[in-house]
Design a protein around this ligand. Structure first.
Ligand code: HEC
Ligand code: HEC
Length: 306
């Protein structure tokens, strides 16, 4: 990012639930917990094992690796701007980051712990117990753990990409090529139907025709067993795309090129594929411009605040 441009993140705040207002001591406690391997049963895995700051809080793997080398079913999503998520997970089914935090801790192939055993371990850490008393006026418990992790994640803002400066009127923030890419993305093609600015997602669960047969992982279908939801996955944000490969819920595409090929052929043609996805052709110049725009959606300035 251009150093002379101001950090627009300072003007952005994430919505926090009434029972968990933002507070810097809480964020600091959440950050310590996020990087603490004691959250996993064998002390080898922390949240950052699968959500690495340098990779925009993804891990660069098709699917992640939990305790004892076990693999997860899905690709690790970026946590930047997670505070804006109205629902969490690829199935778009969990309502809050507070609820979500329990899942990886207790998932046998992720951190493999359970709250009953974990809480006494963390309460015995003097700094954690002291922080719980200071911030929440209670002993360190699951409430403190989940609220602090959620608060830390709400502090992970990434809304100061060149695009944001361009949208605010700085026409030099995007190169001519990136501007041409933006036009292709939002006018020639249909991408903004689902990846709409400013978050580059509408947060809905949609079927983008990744497969003609989704096999084992049928997406949101698994939550309600509603067959109209087969193949629906939460639309991911495209911010920081240059740092979040591989792509899709199963990490099946290694490059942005492969993603564009998928849409250009009009998807795989699943019977519930969203009708908006139809074939298109781009000249090699247009394709380059589109990729230039997509990779310009990068703002890793959280490093300076971390
Ligand atoms: C072993 C790897 C692994 C670990 C450890 C892990 N995660 Fe994740 N995380 C994932 C994967 C994979 C998903 C996607 C799961 C899904 O959608 O079904 C995910 C999803 C999430 C999401 C949902 C994001 C979204 O866009 O919907 C949040 C939030 C999250 N993790 C936070 C955490 C926190 C906090 C911790 C530590 C307590 C943690 N994760 C530990 C792999 C991991
Ligand atoms: C009908 C909604 C919809 C439309 C239109 C759409 N997408 Fe997507 N997009 C999705 C969904 C849903 C996913 C995630 C699918 C999955 O995880 O299996 C996705 C995933 C992606 C990803 C991978 C992101 C990641 O981090 O894994 C990229 C890149 C992407 N889309 C780009 C585009 C582009 C470029 C266009 C326009 C040509 C477009 N999309 C049009 C719904 C849509």
């Amino acid at each position: 990012m251009c150093k002379t441009r101001p950090d627009l993140n300072q003007y952005v705040s994430t919505p926090a639930p009434a029972d968990n207002p933002m507070d810097s001591a809480k964020v600091a406690l959440g950050k310590a917990l996020f990087f603490d391997t004691r959250l996993s049963l064998d002390n080898t895995i922390n949240c950052a094992s699968c959500h690495k700051p340098g990779l925009a809080f993804t891990d660069g793997l098709k699917t992640s690796t939990g305790i004892n080398g076990q693999k997860t079913d899905r690709n690790s999503p970026s946590l930047l701007n997670a505070g804006f998520l109205p629902t969490v997970m690829f199935d778009a089914h969990l309502k809050t980051l507070e609820l979500q935090a329990i899942v990886p801790i207790q998932e046998p192939n992720e951190m493999g712990h359970n709250m009953r055993d974990l809480i006494p371990i963390l309460r015995a850490v003097p700094e954690y117990q002291q922080a719980a008393k200071n911030i929440y006026e209670r002993n360190f418990d699951a409430w403190v753990l989940t609220r602090s992790l959620a608060a830390f994640q709400r502090s992970l803002l990434s809304m100061s990409a060149p695009y944001d400066h361009f949208a605010k009127g700085d026409s030099s923030a995007l190169t001519k090529k990136e501007q041409a890419g933006l036009k292709i993305f939002s006018e020639k093609l249909y991408c903004t139907e689902c990846h709409s600015p400013p978050y580059f997602t509408n947060y809905e669960a949609r079927n983008n025709g990744l497969y003609i047969d989704y096999g084992e992982d049928k997406g949101r279908f698994r939550i309600h067993l509603d067959s109209s939801e087969i193949g629906d996955f939460k639309v991911p944000s495209l911010r920081n795309l240059g740092h979040t490969s591989p792509y899709m819920h199963d990490g099946s595409f290694a490059t942005i090129e492969e993603v564009i090929d998928h849409y250009a052929k009009g998807g795989a043609g699943h019977r519930l594929q969203d009708p908006v996805i139809v074939p298109f052709t781009l000249s090699s110049k247009e394709r380059e411009a589109l990729i230039a725009f997509l990779t310009s959606l990068t703002d890793l300035s959280f490093f300076e605040r971390l």
